[in-house]
Design a protein around this ligand. Sequence first.
Ligand code: F6R
Length: 256
Amino acid sequence: MQIYVIDDREELGRKAADVIEEGLAADTKAGRSPILGLATGSSPEPLYAELRKRHAAGKLDFSELEAFALDQYVGIDPDHPESYRNVLLREVVNNDATGLKAENMYTLNESATDLEAECARYDAEILGRGGVSIQILGIGSDGHIAFNEPYGSLRSHTHIGALTRQTREDNSRFFDNDIDKVPTHCMTQGLATIMSAKQILLIATGKKKGPAIAALAAGPVTSACPASVLQFHEKVTLLIDQPAAQKLPRDILMHL
Ligand code: F6R
């Protein structure tokens, strides 16, 4: 696991964009079509801002790229601005943001009549391609990645899940600070699906993420912290700021 502590938001965005470009290039070099794994939430925002900047400057073009999103709320109106497809359209697609085309960005369909079949179909699409080239992740304050909440299977595939009260509280800022407006359920790539990515980039900032980052990088591998399963992945980059690094053991910090 490579850990970088970067406090400046723009610098963190530049480092994240470099890691993404290298991850995609590695698959191109290996003769495979690169596939990007997208995340939503606040954590990837500096990265997406930098990708848009590079595209506007003619230095990056995702027009040939395919991308898969991590998760989606269940029971959300497809036109709701916080539907994760709409979030990602705004961040990386609309107005030629990065060159990525809407038809090449795959998201779990929250309107499917059979949600379980939709999860199975989505999972098979990803695994059928041999996993994404590089997966962007954030982390929940309760240690979730995508919406894999604590105490689920460490080998799960794309599935329907319930959100913890903590996650709904954390995400209420996107829903008028009203927890009752936050959906109770989600569809999410499972941990086995995420682990099929060839490379992983996890971004976390802020003090609230400190305990989860310490559990991810230095705790036991346990379903109590789903992100700890990343210790079994051979190519993980953590991009965090000082407040998020605060709870890491001293001996890890000394090696950074
Ligand atoms: C979003 C996702 C979640 C978030 C996590 C952190 O697609 O899968 O795991 O990454 O909840 O959210 P932020 O970045 O908003 O703190």
